[in-house]
Design a protein around this ligand. Structure first.
Ligand SMILES: NC(=O)c1ccc[n+]([C@@H]2O[C@H](COP(=O)([O-])OP(=O)(O)OC[C@H]3O[C@@H](n4cnc5c(N)ncnc54)[C@H](OP(=O)(O)O)[C@@H]3O)[C@@H](O)[C@H]2O)c1
Length: 361
């Protein structure tokens, strides 16, 4: 997890080399283009004056067997005399996958052990992007104890406390894109930048879903687009229509990119969000954080596109049925129709609680 924001589009991978329960070396893949976890862990053994010969390498993803920016990990493990490799997830990559077979052929005892959700989960975003062509989508919202994300008048700043907001800034500093809806742009005029963060690992492109190009030219996402990239995802017809020529020119003048996306559900003037995500992926985007209101979040949950959720629960109760919840627009007569989530971690942040979920079911 320490490499989140520096390793992508490569997977997050960790490795521990151990013999008889004694840890000889540990390592992880720090950054894209850098040493892979296995080589880091082997180097760590050497640095500590310990030989990995005959030891077991526990690695969260099947060791790679191809030369990319680094030589194959399989070669390093074989050369070091590793006797056993336990890995938590097969690598489905066309080029990188298949390392287990090569290790077995070299006489190493190789075991796939999928029992630990943490070890398996580490490379889930990478595997999903290979499988679906979509980046990993992390939804974030702050809510009251009774699940409201704003008052009935649309006020949401600030439901959560300072510590929670600091965590959100750190999360922003390690994703490739931050997605929001036009409703949030109009209500909150957010900047969606990472502020007060010691190390900004990557600068996220701010993406506004705005089917008819109604984003105000004086909103902060537009006026700051020369410093931090902003992109408006609109209906593909709007992206080329003569009706929007002047608006598109005004946006381009301010450094805002307009990207057309084909329509989604008929009659709703909505764009196809899965297609939008694929287009972002094709531009090199591995992780997308969603900081939107219930309209956009509802659409994403409806399309089953949310992989992870970070929920900040503040010690406040509104008790107002007109105050919006986290997502809307879905019709769910039975509990089975809800989107199951799996609780990964909880953390107390002052008087708030951070809940970290992944897609469940
Ligand atoms: N507490 C928090 O963490 C938090 C975070 C962000 C915002 N908020 C609050 O949320 C409120 C705003 O909520 P909201 O629902 O209006 O804003 P939103 O979710 O940011 O944006 C809603 C807009 O997105 C459009 N949309 C949804 N799915 C779409 C799709 N597939 N294609 C194209 N457009 C799509 C909707 O169009 P249609 O109307 O046509 O469906 C609507 O115009 C504000 O009060 C804000 O303060 C709270």
């Amino acid at each position: 997890m320490r490499a989140a924001g520096t390793a992508e589009p490569n997977p997050l991978v960790g490795c521990v080399i151990e013999r008889g329960g004694e840890v000889l070396g540990i390592g992880h893949h720090h950054r894209f283009g850098g040493l892979h976890a296995e080589r880091e862990a082997l180097a760590n053994c050497t640095d500590r004056g310990l030989s990995p010969r005959g030891a077991t390498a526990h690695v969260t993803l099947e060791p790679c067997c191809h030369t990319g920016k680094q030589p194959p990990c399989t070669e390093a493990l074989i050369a070091a005399g590793i006797a056993r490799v336990v890995y938590a997830r097969p690598d489905p990559g066309e080029l990188s996958g298949g390392g287990a077979k090569i290790l077995r052929e070299a006489g190493i005892d190789v075991v796939l052990d999928e029992s630990d959700p943490v070890a398996r989960g580490l490379s889930e975003p990478f595997v999903q992007q290979l499988d679906t062509g979509r980046p990993w989508v992390i939804a974030k919202w702050a809510q009251t104890v009774d699940g409201r994300i704003a008052t009935r008048t649309g006020q949401s700043q600030w439901i959560s406390g300072e510590l929670s907001r600091g965590r959100v800034h750190r999360l922003r500093a390690r994703v490739d894109a931050i997605l929001t809806g036009l409703g949030t742009v109009i209500a909150d005029d957010p900047m969606l930048t990472a502020r007060g963060v010691r190390r900004v690992r990557r600068t996220a492109t701010r993406v506004v879903v705005d089917h008819h190009l109604d984003t105000p030219l004086n909103c902060r996402l537009v006026t700051s687009a020369r410093e931090t990239p902003s992109l408006i995802a609109c209906d593909s017809a709007m992206a080329s229509s003569e009706l929007t020529t002047a608006k598109r020119a005004a946006l381009a003048d301010r450094g805002v990119e307009v990207m057309g996306v084909p329509g989604g559900r008929e009659g709703l003037h909505h764009i196809d969000l899965a297609q939008l995500l694929k287009q972002l992926s094709a531009r090199g985007c591995s992780t997308v954080m969603v900081e939107a209101g219930p309209g956009m979040l509802g659409s994403l949950f409806e399309a089953n596109l949310v992989d992870e959720a970070w929920v900040y629960v503040a010690p406040l109760l509104l008790g107002d049925e007109q105050a919006p919840g986290a997502a809307r627009g879905r019709a769910v007569p039975a509990l089975e129709g809800g989107r199951p989530l799996r609780l990964v971690h909880t953390r107390r942040l002052g008087d708030d609680v951070e809940l970290w979920y992944r897609r469940g079911g």
